[in-house]
Design a protein around this ligand. Sequence first.
Ligand code: MN
Length: 314
Amino acid sequence: MSGPVTSVDAPPDQRAPDPPMTPCAEVLDDREAKVGNITVRRALPRRGRRTVGAWCFADHMGPEQVDEAKSPGQGGGLDIGPHPHMGLHTVTWLVDGALLHRDSLGSEQLIRPGQLNLMTAGHGVVHAEEMSRTYRGSLQGVQLWVAQPESTRDGAAAFEHHASLPVADLDNGSAVVLVGSLADATSLARHDTELVGAQLTVRRGGTVVPVRRDFEHALVVIDGEVAVGESVVRPGQLGYVGMGRDELPLSSLDGARLLLLGGVPFPEPIVMWWNFVGRTKEEMAQARTQWSTEDERFGPVDTALARIPAPPAL
Ligand code: MN
């Protein structure tokens, strides 16, 4: 599961609106995009909202049935050939199914629901994602990107897999913490800025989520629907709720599963183009050239899948 970002999602270097310092509830529609042969719903970036904390990309993929006709090598399913990243972390979260991650660090890791893959691109990394060769059934997940701050964005690449994650009990709900802390649960996953990412399960009626006042937050609903005040957020939408809350009351008639994304507003304007996060168009052009010329900045991945060519320069 992977980008890329196009200018349809948001102009590459548009300045994000300043985050509201007070609680709000704005609901932004997503956009359908193609990743591999699977349709995804892109909640971030949107023209009206480019970052939430350092979270800068969110694709909800599936649910889609994986069967023989969509098996690897037959032009279906989710086979994403080698492609480069820089200046960001990729956070891969599955709701159903299985995916195999391979990267230019030599990592080879199968991921299943409830587990976390977190790859740090830094100065440059390449990865490929393949459907498990034996998995058949429903495939559903979320691919997230986190922008790296100036202090680490040119640093070394890294990969970590978390086979289990901490769970916080909420009143009438629970939260699996992917990154950062929520209630009394803290994930061991790396984060370079103050950040939280959690999958919330909200039971019928609703719950109240403790959140940090200095974080802005957004909701990406996986299934069901939740309401923040009068604003209802459904799958395929981004529910942005601003800053300045100690708790976030979520009501839900029939229960819901959703991702909560939050963090300290990202202090630096970013440029996003294709699979890269940087600060200038010149950096993008240089990275594009280096990928296209197979420069050693972006190393090889051990996979049978073909490299994905870069689109025309920005
Ligand atoms: Mn990727």
